[in-house]
Design a protein around this ligand. Structure first.
Ligand SMILES: CC(=O)SCCNC(=O)CCNC(=O)[C@H](O)C(C)(C)COP(=O)(O)OP(=O)(O)OC[C@H]1O[C@@H](n2cnc3c(N)ncnc32)[C@H](O)[C@@H]1OP(=O)(O)O
Ligand SMILES: N[C@@H](CCO)C(=O)O
Length: 491
């Protein structure tokens, strides 16, 4: 299928009528949320996907604003025919609390003073950011999100969603992220903050009414951060040790190397689009991010109910493979259904903004991954263990089934009988069902993915799995026939 863009999109905004209570104990009133949506919310309201942006992103994730020269920041995966297919899903992206792209932040007017908040803006956390996003989702009339997805700080919000609102998130896709900021990550952010704070134009955050802003400090903050978003290899490939606009070094402090010029460019363009105070607040929120419970991620992850596709980038040295593995282990220890994929890229951390092919493949595979409940047959013929083999054979013939789950009077699964068991029994002259039924019956749960159970069925060489609920009661069956229909219908 040819992929397209969502086209021209309109920025939207809503102002909350209620005060937001923050993790710090403070509160904030009159919060405006800037957001965009792509696609349509369906009648059942079960196709909504929330996209969470990274540190310096915004609500404009896809499509074009009138007069734009560049599309939204995740155009590579959002749009008709892409992983976040706007013809199937209703996609929402909002600017974070504390941001500077339409949602209330330090540059907004403090209703109490009539002046910009500056550093009177309260310190916020990722939990606060997610609570504000939840208000938007409520206002849109959505009770359950099909998925939450995001890279970097967007991945932190994604993980926070699965903990703050476990019942509301069916699937979660955290990418190139962490469950708690490491000392090294905090250290890089602190260098950036100090560059801003030490800029004489910062003036304790009160620069909005002056004609100067701490641009030099913010540019240095971006330069140091940007280094962490790339890999050493990508820097070699982009610049090597090539000189910028000169044939030989000049033994002074003008720009010698291309990489220096590139970083200056990144710093210079960044200050045109970002507010220094927002940078302080959002990096602080990232530093405070820690989903562990008394240091244990296993304890911290206990409330999670979502299915997770965790995507890591092999060359990301900011959010490392070790952190990803720690998350994976802690989720597995909690029995959370998690699949783990690694993007192969030399881009480094920012690969989550660039590797369209791999992202589209991994995300669409996960979103389309049906669960047993989507496919199982709930009108199941069953038999009790005191029945005779003849009765089982008659049920199988009349209803064209080859497997009969054996249940107790109160519908608890205790075995299974197959057409093969019956032929054996008849050949051996047996009459009692309990003599031939399989008691060590394999089963599955309704929220397991088809991918997982198909693997188990192949390994165990079985073609029918009874589906049971948490009380061991039979609620359906899933068969290889039903699964193969899935593939013939989607190809
Ligand atoms: C996540 C979100 O939510 S949105 C926020 C994400 N967006 C950003 O972070 C924007 C800034 N970041 C970037 O540009 C990131 O590197 C990416 C990942 C988005 C883009 O990566 P790439 O496509 O590989 O671009 P690259 O890093 O090579 O930068 C290209 C820019 O550097 C400039 N450049 C390249 N070499 C040099 C040089 N020697 N001297 C000066 N400038 C240079 C290019 O002219 C280009 O400028 P432009 O962006 O103003 O057009
Ligand atoms: N380059 C992205 C990723 C940061 O993690 C940004 O600036 O938001």
């Amino acid at each position: 299928m040819k992929t397209k863009s969502v086209g021209i999109v309109k920025p939207l905004a809503v102002t909350l009528s209620e005060e937001i209570q923050l993790e710090s104990g403070k509160s904030i009133d009159n919060v405006t949320i800037a957001y965009e949506t792509y696609g349509k919310l369906n009648k059942e309201k079960n196709n909504a996907i929330l996209v969470c942006h990274a540190l310096t992103g915004d609500a404009h994730a896809a499509g074009w604003h009138e007069g734009d020269s560049k599309p939204g920041w995740w155009e590579i995966i959002i749009g008709p025919g892409k992983a976040l297919d706007s013809e199937k899903y209703f996609i929402i992206c909002s600017n974070v609390l504390g941001g500077c792209k339409g949602t209330t932040g330090p540059a907004s007017i403090n209703p109490e003073t009539g002046k910009e908040y500056g550093i009177d803006f309260p310190v916020i956390t990722l939990k606060d950011i997610v609570n504000v996003e939840k208000k938007l989702i409520d206002l849109l009339g959505i009770e359950k999100l099909l998925a939450v997805i995001g890279g970097s700080m967007g991945g932190m919000q994604t993980l926070q969603w699965t903990l703050s609102y476990p019942e509301m998130v069916k699937k979660a896709i955290p990418i190139a992220t962490t469950a708690r900021s490491s000392p090294q990550q905090i250290a890089f952010n602190e260098v950036g903050r100090q560059a801003i704070i030490k800029d004489p134009f910062w003036q304790n955050g009160e620069y909005y009414q002056t004609d100067k802003a701490p641009e030099a400090g913010l540019a240095v903050a971006r330069m140091i951060a940007h280094i962490t978003y790339l890999s050493d290899e990508s820097m070699y490939l982009k610049f090597g040790r090539d000189l910028q606009d000169k044939d030989e070094v000049t033994y002074d402090f003008t720009t010698d190397f291309q990489v220096e010029s590139y970083l200056h460019h990144q710093g210079k363009t960044f200050v045109k689009r970002f507010d220094a105070n927002s940078y302080l607040y959002i990096t602080k929120a990232i530093d405070l991010f820690d989903l562990s419970e008394n240091g244990s991620l296993i304890d911290g992850f206990k409330p999670i109910k979502s299915k997770i596709e965790y995507i890591n980038v092999d060359s990301d040295w900011l959010y490392t493979n070790e952190q990803a593995e720690e998350i994976l282990r802690a989720m597995q220890a909690n029995g959370i259904e998690i699949s783990y994929s690694e993007i192969k890229s030399n881009y480094g951390h920012d690969a989550f903004l660039l590797e369209g092919g791999q992202l589209n493949y991994l995300i669409s595979r996960f979103l389309q991954d049906n669960i047993v409940e989507d496919l199982m047959n709930t009108e199941v013929m069953t038999i009790t263990e005191d029945a005779k083999i003849k009765k089982a054979a008659k049920i199988m013939m009349d209803h064209y089934v080859t497997h009969l789950p054996v249940v107790t009077e109160d519908n608890k699964l205790i075995g299974i009988i197959t057409a093969w068991d019956l032929s054996k029994a008849i050949a051996q002259g047996g009459e009692e069902l309990k003599d031939v039924m399989t008691e060590d019956v394999k089963f599955c749960k309704k929220d397991e993915t088809i991918r997982t159970i198909a693997g188990r069925m192949k390994d165990d060489d079985i073609s029918c799995l009874p589906v049971i609920d948490d009380n061991d009661e039979l609620i359906g069956v899933i068969t290889t026939d039903l699964i193969s229909h899935l593939f013939t219908n989607t190809v």
